[in-house]
Design a protein around this ligand. Structure first.
Ligand SMILES: [Zn+2]
Ligand SMILES: [Zn+2]
Ligand SMILES: [Zn+2]
Length: 438
């Protein structure tokens, strides 16, 4: 394939996707066969109102339900909030606290097993940790080799099902929609879940694992790295996938509490429009295949169904630029990383408006431009990062605060006056902080 110029790439990123007026194209799977359906954009049937902002409605037969806006929703507003039914830690960079999913520096180990750790005394003495000791999970965990987070989650879901008829009903409803053809791996995992949960029926364990395969939610930190896995109620997980999502799940972490899932609106959504989020990386060339494999549908969002060849070629080159940038970051080649990061920033039209990746990327651009001594460029990036982080992550998020702090430092350095007290010395600020690839 001939290399496209930066200008061609930028044009492809900005081009609007053309799709036939007034028509929604949907593609589903049934018995291994792809099924297409076309429909007018009239609101689907069987509405279930969730709150003032959101309603759940049936889409076409093979797609199931989806979430829809009940009124005009502004970017940055939070439309759904929920505690998990159960959760388990999954550290990408080492252990995470079993209760609040915080990174564990000086770990407080569980008294009885090596399967869980806590971030400190508050979590180690919380009700959740007491439950773990008293309900038999700890004793069973101590007798098992390394336990997968999903097995721990499945065992916790099974305990909740036994204790709460509503949860039992909910998971059973999910079961009916899951494909229960288990493989050997699933059967081995079911054995582990059986021991951890005290559930005597091995099939019940296998079917909860199958339910979680499709319905468990990744819990991510502010930098979009997975730190845990959880099962949330249907109302907050019913949104369908789109490669151009308009809502985004973010998590609130509090010591001694389970992570709270919030859905933020990325850019304003008109009443009656479907609310969608993203299950796969937009730049992943295998994303449609992995969506089919993991979630059982063929993505037919506008991005997939109506994209042009030029746009796909540009996407391939954008991915190459992003990979090259991340390689340069790993080698700490700041000059070349900064140049590549500028190219990626110019192509940000590929992502949906307000997409958190673009906020994180602008923050990275700001740091890189500071490192290579281009403060004017850095300032523009910081401003854009801050505006976007407030929408995607929230004003109170650690990254929005970091961006605000960076902005104060840069202004202070330029104007030679103190705008924030603790930013009085710029020399000790490490611009490489958080410079790992996102
Ligand atoms: Zn904790
Ligand atoms: Zn334990
Ligand atoms: Zn798509």
């Amino acid at each position: 394939m001939a290399a496209l110029s930066m200008k061609d790439l930028a044009a492809a990123a900005e081009a609007t996707i053309l799709r036939p007026e007034g028509l929604t194209l949907q593609q589903g799977e049934e018995g291994g066969k792809t099924r297409w359906s076309f429909q007018d954009e009239k609101p689907p049937q069987e509405e279930k109102i969730i709150n003032d902002d959101v309603t759940m409605k049936t889409c076409t037969g093979s797609i199931g339900v989806g979430l829809f806006a009940r009124r005009l929703l502004e970017g940055g507003s939070v439309i759904l909030k929920s505690h998990p039914i159960a959760h388990a830690a999954r550290g990408f960079d080492g252990a995470r606290c079993d209760v609040c999913l915080a990174p564990v520096a000086k770990s407080v180990k569980c008294q009885g097993c090596a399967a869980v750790v806590y971030c400190g005394k508050a979590c180690a003495t919380s009700n959740a940790s007491k439950d773990h000791l008293q309900n038999g999970e700890c004793k069973a965990a101590a007798a098992l080799p390394k336990i997968l987070p999903t097995c721990l989650l499945a065992a916790r879901v099974l305990r909740k099902m036994r204790a709460d008829p509503a949860i039992n009903k909910y998971v059973s409803a999910l079961k009916r929609k899951s494909n229960l053809d288990g493989d050997d791996e699933l059967q081995a995992a079911a054995q582990v879940v059986k021991q951890l949960s005290g559930e005597t029926n091995e099939n019940a364990c296998a079917s909860v694992l199958a339910v979680l395969q499709r319905n468990a939610h990744s819990v991510c930190d502010d930098e979009l790295r997975e730190v845990g896995v959880a099962l949330y109620p249907r109302a907050v997980t019913a949104a369908n996938h789109s490669c151009r999502p308009n809502i985004w799940p973010r998590f609130r972490f509090t010591v001694s509490k389970a992570p709270v899932l919030e859905y933020a609106v990325l850019s304003s959504v008109e009443a009656n429009k479907e609310l969608t989020h993203e299950y796969a990386d937009l730049l992943d060339e295998h994303r449609r295949e992995s969506l089919r494999k993991n979630y059982g549908f063929v993505c037919a969002c506008d991005e997939c169904a109506f994209a042009s060849k030029a746009r796909e070629a540009a996407r391939t080159q954008l991915r190459a630029k992003r990979d090259a940038m991340e390689a340069a970051l790993k080698k700490e080649e700041w000059e070349s990383a900064a140049t590549l990061a500028e190219d990626v920033a110019r192509l940000e039209g590929f992502w949906a408006p307000g997409h958190p990746y673009t906020a994180l990327h602008r923050l990275r651009c700001a740091k890189l431009q500071n490192l290579v001594g281009n403060e004017t460029a850095a300032q523009v990036h910081i401003m854009l990062a801050l505006v976007r982080l407030v929408i995607s992550h929230g004003k109170e998020s650690s990254l929005a605060k970091e961006a605000a702090d960076m902005q104060a430092r840069v202004i202070h350095k330029r104007e030679g006056r103190t705008l924030v007290e603790d930013a009085s010395s710029d020399d000790d600020y490490d611009w490489r902080k958080g410079m790992r690839p996102w």
